[in-house]
Ligand binder design. Sequence first.
Ligand SMILES: Nc1ncnc2c1ncn2[C@@H]1O[C@H](COP(=O)(O)OP(=O)(O)OP(=O)(O)O)[C@@H](O)[C@H]1O
Ligand SMILES: [Mg+2]
Length: 608
Amino acid sequence: MKKWLLKYMKDHAWLITLSIVIVVISALVDIMPPYIVKDAIDGYITNTSLPKAERLQGVSKDAFLFLAVISSSFLLNFLSLYISSYTGAKIVYEIRRDLFDHVLNLPMSFFDKTHSGVITTRITNDTQNLMEFFTTVVTSLVKDAFLIVGIIFMLVKLSSILLLHLSPVLVLVVIVTVVFRKYARRIYNIIRSNIAKINAFLAEHIAGMTVVQAFEVREIKKKEFRDITQEYYENAIKQLKLFGFFRPSIDWLYSFGIALIVWFGARYVYNQRIGIGTLFAFASYLDMFFSPIRDFAEKFDIAQNSLASADKIERILKNEREELGRGGRKHVEKGIVEFKDVWFAYEDENWVLKGINARFEPGGLNAIVGETGAGKTSMLSLLNLTYIPQKGDILIDGTRVHDYDLLELRRQIAVVPQEVILFSGTILDNVRLFDESIPEEKVEEALKKVHALEVFQKFPEGIKTKVTERGGNLSAGERQLIALARAVLFDAKILVLDEATASIDTATEARIQQTLFELAKDRNVITIAHRLSTVKDAKVIFVVHEGRIVEVGKHEELLKKKGFYHRLYSKLKEGGEEVGKVEDRADRSWQDSAKKTFGGTMEEFGNI
Ligand SMILES: Nc1ncnc2c1ncn2[C@@H]1O[C@H](COP(=O)(O)OP(=O)(O)OP(=O)(O)O)[C@@H](O)[C@H]1O
Ligand SMILES: [Mg+2]
């Protein structure tokens, strides 16, 4: 049994104990009816040695007893089902709640390597399967085990000689069941992984449908999907055959057992070695014995399913959470950011950042430039500990970022990411991040600062317009405006902008630029820049190349060096952008122009 699952069970120990006790009692009660009938037949109905009145009285007594036993069996079964379902639902609710809480606190590296479809399945389906564990496994299997032991005891008590005749059948039942179990488990695991593959495939391709359709890879994808469903189909058929064989063979063994009993039983009845009631009870017990075995396949499936789910949930739980509030420092005073020989890799030793040294100060824009994949986004994602560098230190106001309270730290660094993701809700909700204590006027003020208010006011429902999943009903530029307004609203000491205006028209961008310059007066604004307008007026420019900072300085100084920056810059000009006329050009980023010049391969761009 899993340790973590035990922990949840412990909290409801007495409910679980109660349901097991009830299950055991109900198994005992369920065993009684055939014996009562046997008593009525052998003790009274066929017992000619007793006077008639006594025989009738005896039969009535047994009939009442029978009724009482059947009624209490009904009551006990109801109670055990109710209590176990209640306990199961409660435990599963707690697990689901804690699991999501756990996932919320996992580091970004976990999400890089885990498919979102997988996480969803864990929190919804797998927890549901665990519920089956409590309702089916705990109650049915425990009950079946007690029933089988009880029945064998009764069979011995009734007639051990009949049982002896039956023993070859029972041995065969055991063999068939053991063999079945072995194959069922194997095929079961294969089928699970087939289903997981189908789910992952669907999740990925439905989310990426625009790409699938735009690039006309529909035929290829159709074939891929056909292949994986085919594999699933073939295994499902194998499983069906196995199950199809198991149940009828158990049924056959049952009928064979009954035939044996009638065959031998009749002889013993003639010889008066056993009563007719005993024969009846014996047959009834045999029926009771086979019914849990018949359902075994199905219950086995459920049990296996819930255990597999427990395993998978455990794998998620094993991922360590980020420790919130590890450090004690809470306030960012000035917002001076320093990178000291920072080395970072997403995995193993594939260094993305190789010894970054940089100092970003408030007052004027800090710009970072460099070609695609140079490591710009990675650099800034270390700042609020989205990822943790393997070597080196990042200091904010002279204190290592690790020594800040993570929650407070993140609150004081506003990020406008490269890819803005919005949540279902209104524009208003998305700007204030669902914090209703922030008044609407403040949100409007922030939107105004980034010149977005006029844009959204044109919408039919203004800033109360609904945003669909991930912001699908807004343009890329509109999404960026929302993210910018959010950053302004939360008034952080450090403002990080990752190509924040890449999709915004040049006229609006110029105005936003003005706002940024004003904001930069008393806070640290670090921007990954892509347009010359931003770079030219920046206080310092950091040129990143293959994970290193290769040049630092102002636009004019860097140009004079005739190094990396000069090359980036002249390529940009060749790509069609002229200094001084920058504002006339819409939507042209460093990468876009580089791609245009070099047919899109960034490696080439880096090597020039
Ligand atoms: N989550 C990730 N897991 C593994 N590798 C990653 C991940 N994110 C980025 N990388 C790799 O790290 C390198 C730097 O990526 P980064 O996103 O920092 O580049 P960038 O300079 O921001 O580029 P761009 O201008 O295209 O945004 C790239 O080679 C990229 O493939
Ligand atoms: Mg980037």
